[in-house]
Design a protein around this ligand. Structure first.
Ligand SMILES: NC(=O)c1ccc[n+]([C@@H]2O[C@H](COP(=O)([O-])OP(=O)(O)OC[C@H]3O[C@@H](n4cnc5c(N)ncnc54)[C@H](O)[C@@H]3O)[C@@H](O)[C@H]2O)c1
Length: 238
């Protein structure tokens, strides 16, 4: 069933909506029924005006003086972000990073489920990781077709990431999450997000250096600055 999702939400806003969803999920777990825009904004590391602007993409949500219903805003965000149904994910490259991701218990609760793991290493193929038997990457096309995986996660060495990506795309995967330190080229209509923790660390190192050179800039109780997630584009080289 197609999901009623506004298509024109800017990507940076989508990234912040995902942060709000994570905060709301935590509040719901704590049994909270309502949250003010100020509290939600602080927990998400944005200012309240920005939060209200972001949430305006969902239509009317909060009630003046009462705030937001945690459960209904969480559900609205889940639906908007396409997490109302579980997304089957296939992961290629079951090494240190790949097996840690596959084993992370937080993804199913957010609507992502690893349905297949693939590798080339004979020592890894056939082993069990997170309850799944690692399949040989030679079977990628069959596995994707059988599991109907719609998201491909690439945690292989950089040298082979493009060929893995090409095979995933050729078999119909339209969403790729790439951890390999390489810019992947994909055709129009395929979305790639690249995760690179070294870029995040580099930014922190830069901010650290700036802070060292301007000690007066240190603010007590400063909220975390949330920037858009790492760069992405709709198609082409990234
Ligand atoms: N984005 C980040 O922040 C971040 C952080 C750590 C590592 N990485 C990257 O993630 C990747 C994996 O890192 P790692 O430490 O887990 O490496 P690793 O060597 O432990 O794992 C790589 C796995 O890929 C498998 N592999 C190799 N060629 C393959 C192919 N053609 N098809 C399928 N599987 C194949 C290997 O057998 C191995 O199991 C590397 O590219 C690394 O640079 C990124």
């Amino acid at each position: 069933m197609p999901e009623s999702r506004p298509r024109n939400i800017p990507e940076a806003t989508v990234a912040r909506l995902a942060v709000y969803l994570r905060v709301l999920a935590g509040l719901a777990d704590d049994g909270r029924s309502h949250v003010s825009s100020g509290e939600l904004a602080t927990a998400a590391g944005v200012n309240p005006a920005g939060l209200r602007k972001d949430l305006s993409h969902l239509g009317p949500c909060g009630v003046r003086g009462v705030g937001y219903s945690v459960a209904s805003l969480r559900d609205r965000l889940t639906e908007t972000l396409g997490g109302a149904r579980s997304r089957p994910c296939v992961l290629v490259g079951v090494g240190r990073l790949g097996s840690a991701l596959a084993d992370y218990s937080g993804f199913p609760g957010r609507g992502f489920e690893f349905v297949a793991l693939l590798d080339t290493d004979p020592a890894t193929v056939g082993s069990s990781v997170a309850g799944l038997t690692v399949a040989p990457v030679a079977e990628l096309e069959t596995v994707v077709a059988e599991t109907r995986a719609s998201i491909g996660v690439i945690t292989t060495p950089a040298e082979v990431a493009q060929s893995v990506c090409d095979r995933l795309v050729a078999v119909g995967v339209r969403s790729i999450l790439n951890f390999a330190p390489v810019a992947l080229a994909v055709p129009a209509g395929v979305d790639v997000r690249k995760v690179d923790l070294s870029v995040e660390l580099q930014v922190l190192a830069f901010l650290d250096q700036q802070r060292d050179s301007t000690p007066s800039a240190v603010e007590p109780n400063r909220v975390e600055r949330v920037r858009p997630l790492p760069s992405t584009a709709r198609a082409g080289v990234r």
